[in-house]
Design a protein around this ligand. Structure first.
Ligand SMILES: O=C(O)CCC(=O)C(=O)O
Ligand SMILES: [Fe+2]
Length: 301
């Protein structure tokens, strides 16, 4: 990583490596996933009746050692986890000693696959865009989204779930080409410097500009960047960087890998330079606003 890239990473809270991975490896990986799961419009969801017979929103997402498609031994992800370039970047960011808290597959589900009753249910619930409670059990080993509102990934780590390191880095990899209509991730560069803030975030759009009011105190104008990219593009972002997605307009799901990486050693890494610039809290005991505590079970994870 050259000096300029380092400085931009520290300033913006994210870094992008275009086509870092081989496209063929990505295609092969996706093929294996489809062989295992055969995702399609007709087989993914519970019927409304099935859902209503036992509506439940807890523990529907992949965990580290449970209910996680990556626990299948032969998926061949060495091209990611043993990739020298990737490991070098991670050790620059986190120092030599780091660990993976969670790695999981994330799937943006095409708009046209989602039954009307689920869309209705989601909009009545406020801001949850996590589809897992509505999936047949065998498909809950990946996290399925119908868009995701602006959030900080630290939302999944609070109270007893907080990591020792307080902040962490997410590595996010596109396995297929992600164009405007595949629900690219949107980010607000530099938004992490305002620290951990409660969800949902005060964000509004005016005259083609985007404004963020952290803690409802000040109002700052930020840029919004759409992260389109080819298969094999790798992103790293800080746990406090605000990001969201929209819905997949194309006919195919957008399948990505999300890895939560935690720093373990005292050695200084780039994450320390980022953290030093954050004057507010790095983690909250409860990341949800009062009115939302009941409304958003499992909002993101
Ligand atoms: O892939 C997406 O659409 C959203 C992913 C995300 O923000 C997350 O998993 O935290
Ligand atoms: Fe996220």
């Amino acid at each position: 990583m050259d000096e300029l890239k380092k400085l931009n990473f520290i300033k913006n809270g994210y870094i992008q490596y275009n086509s870092l991975l081989d496209k063929k490896n990505c295609e092969e990986f996706l093929k294996k996933i489809y062989e295992l799961k055969n995702y399609d419009k007709t087989n993914l969801f519970l019927s409304e009746k099935e859902f209503l017979s036992n509506p439940s929103f807890q523990k529907k997402n992949p965990g580290k050692n449970i209910n996680n498609i990556l626990l299948h031994k032969d998926l061949g992800l060495d091209f990611v986890f043993k990739n020298e370039k990737i490991n070098l970047v991670i050790s620059k960011i986190l120092g030599d000693n780091y660990s993976i808290d969670l790695s999981k597959i994330v799937m943006g589900v095409p708009d046209q696959w989602i039954p009307k009753w689920i869309k209705k249910k989601l909009s009545s619930m406020g801001s949850s865009n996590n589809l897992n409670p509505f999936l047949k059990e065998k498909f809950r080993d990946v996290t399925c989204y119908y868009g995701a509102e602006y959030h900080q990934d630290s939302i999944d780590y609070s109270g007893s779930k907080a990591l020792k390191s307080k902040t962490f880095i997410v590595m996010y990899i596109y396995f297929s080409d992600v164009s405007e209509t595949d629900a690219p991730i949107y980010i607000l560069p530099t938004s992490h410097v305002y620290g951990a803030q409660k969800f949902p975030h005060e964000i509004d759009y005016k005259d083609n500009k985007i404004f963020y009011s952290p803690g409802n105190k000040r109002r700052v104008s930020l840029d919004e960047v759409k992260l389109t990219g080819d298969a094999g593009t790798v992103f790293f972002w800080h746990s406090l960087l605000l990001h969201k997605t929209t819905i997949v307009e194309n006919a195919k799901p957008r399948i990505s890998l999300k890895v939560v990486l935690e720093k373990n050693s005292e050695n200084k890494g780039l994450i320390d330079f980022i953290d030093e610039k954050i004057s507010k809290e790095l983690i909250l005991d409860n990341p949800l606003k009062k009115d939302w505590r009941n409304k958003t079970p499992n909002s993101i994870s």
